[in-house]
Design a protein around this ligand. Structure first.
Ligand SMILES: CC(C)(COP(=O)(O)OP(=O)(O)OC[C@H]1O[C@@H](n2cnc3c(N)ncnc32)[C@H](O)[C@@H]1OP(=O)(O)O)[C@@H](O)C(=O)NCCC(=O)NCCS
Length: 444
């Protein structure tokens, strides 16, 4: 609680706790002492700062939540300056190298790495829930032939709530767990169906003998063979991509999941909200922008002129730089290795050649070096997807598969957080007041 030392000058010489903030309201001359906890003050403590009793109290204005913590979270730690990303305290480098996506999903959701029996049970549960109701398939068939796969994913995940009406019982731990398993299990199936729909190809049912990533590849690429055998290098690279995309704390889509989930709606609807946010070009679309840039450059001969244009500020080198990571995106190093493994299988193509040359030049150029502009995760993920023959529309869909475990972990944390209530930001009203209705004939 804040201490109101109203009207007493500088708190009347009373010794103040050192972990507090003293605020002087120059409108009234009053002083307030506000606790600082975790290097944060509570906005609600400012509400006591009033000019008179009718005053609503002071608010903070923070469009885009640039400096507002909306929750306490023990899921993902990021230190952008040092290039650190940890899930539940485990460095992303170790998880990408030694873990699997399903193990990481377990870690994010449960908070601890699973024992072998726990992992076996979890893997089994996810694997046996990969099929979707036949009506879901028919529902997806209702989309236009050229429907964007992200729009299809968004709609079909939302539709899942109608197949599992018990999902509304979010306080029932067992029922809740069932929906979590279903979401993680069915996301690749819905994503692959969306891809096949675009291609006018028959949907491929899940193959539960395969790994999580291997089954996704089978549902995407299987044609007439009796059994699809994914190349282990591609399977591993895709699994690593899912791990790298699994969570990134309170970004736009995660905030959407939490915000919508705070209404206590079912998790399918909350995750659909996250997919909606990820659909936007500023969030899930950066790797698509990388590919569009590479296509525009067309040949390696055009790279110097392109780089000169970037340096003159005419445009940006897409896939370079990061808002949070000002040193190096720790995911980029890992994904670069995965990309090389994929190229070994698929071979390179002219676009990949341009990308590699662009990267080489940029990493040596003083402009990029001095501004600490390194390739980010989207630079390489776009290249991997391109090498796998994925259309750019599928890029955010693949992102969504990996991010589902993070969304769910964040949703769960929010549901069980006693401090959370339905999200309801305030506003500063800027419109007119108390205007009398004007009849149509008198309006100009
Ligand atoms: C990600 C991004 C928005 C971060 O931007 P930011 O934190 O606001 O960084 P700033 O805009 O302050 O950039 C700092 C300097 O680097 C330059 N810069 C940043 N990213 C650049 C890029 N990709 N290409 C060329 N110059 C870039 C800026 O022009 C600025 O230069 P200046 O100091 O001479 O004005 C930005 O790096 C960018 O647009 N990258 C390309 C898009 C992309 O890959 N997005 C995916 C992110 S995961």
């Amino acid at each position: 609680m804040s201490t109101d030392t109203t009207g007493q000058g500088d708190a009347g010489g009373v010794a103040q706790a050192s972990n507090t903030l003293t605020i002087t309201d120059n409108r009234t001359g009053r002083q307030y002492e506000v606790p600082i906890e975790d290097e944060t003050i509570r906005s609600i403590d400012l509400r006591r700062i009033k000019v008179n009793d009718d005053d609503f109290g002071l608010m903070t204005y923070d469009p885009a939540f640039m400096n507002t913590a909306s929750c306490r979270s023990s899921i993902t730690y990021i230190d952008g300056d040092k290039g650190i990303l940890e899930y539940r305290g485990y460095p992303i480098e170790q998880l990408a190298e030694r873990s699997s996506y399903l193990e990481v999903a377990y870690l994010l959701i449960h908070g601890e790495l699973p024992t072998q029996p726990q992992l076996d049970t979890w893997t089994h549960e996810v694997t046996i829930h990969t099929f979707v109701h036949e009506n879901v398939k028919e529902f997806m068939q209702g989309f236009r032939y050229d429907a964007h796969p992200m729009g299809m994913l968004l709609a079909s995940v939302g539709a899942l709530s109608t197949f599992y009406p018990e999902a509304t019982q979010i306080k029932d731990v067992d029922l809740r767990y069932q929906q979590i398993v279903r979401l993680i299990a069915k996301m690749p199936t819905l994503a692959a169906f969306a891809y096949r729909h675009n291609r006018g190809m028959p949907y491929v049912y899940p193959d539960n003998d395969l790994s999580y990533a291997g089954n996704f590849l089978s549902m995407v690429y299987k044609i007439a063979e009796l059994k699809y055998q994914p190349d282990p290098r591609i399977e591993k690279a895709l699994d690593v991509l899912f791990i790298l995309h699994a969570d990134h704390e309170q970004n736009c889509s995660t905030s959407a999941v939490r915000s919508v989930g705070s209404s206590q709606v079912d998790p399918y609807s909350s995750v659909a909200a996250g997919i909606g946010a990820l659909y936007g070009p500023l969030h899930g679309g950066a790797n698509e922008a990388v590919l569009r840039m590479l296509r525009r450059i067309r040949t390696t001969d055009n790279i110097p002129a392109f780089v000169e244009g970037v340096k003159k500020g005419e445009e940006r080198l897409m896939g370079f730089g990061h808002r949070v990571y000002k040193n190096y995106d720790p995911r980029a190093k890992i994904i670069k290795r995965a990309a090389q493994d994929v190229f070994e299988v698929t071979g390179t193509n002219p676009l990949l050649d341009i990308a590699m040359e662009l990267e080489r030049i940029a990493l040596e150029d003083e402009y990029f070096v001095s501004r600490k502009l390194y390739p980010n995760v989207d630079f390489y993920s776009g290249l991997i997807y391109e090498a796998l023959g994925m259309p750019v529309e599928m890029f955010p869909v693949l992102f969504a598969i990996g991010r589902t475990s993070g969304w769910i972990a964040q949703w769960l944390e929010m549901i069980d957080d006693k401090e959370q209530k339905i999200a309801r930001p305030r506003q500063i009203y800027t419109g007119g007041r108390e205007r009398d209705y004007v009849p149509m004939a008198q309006r100009s």
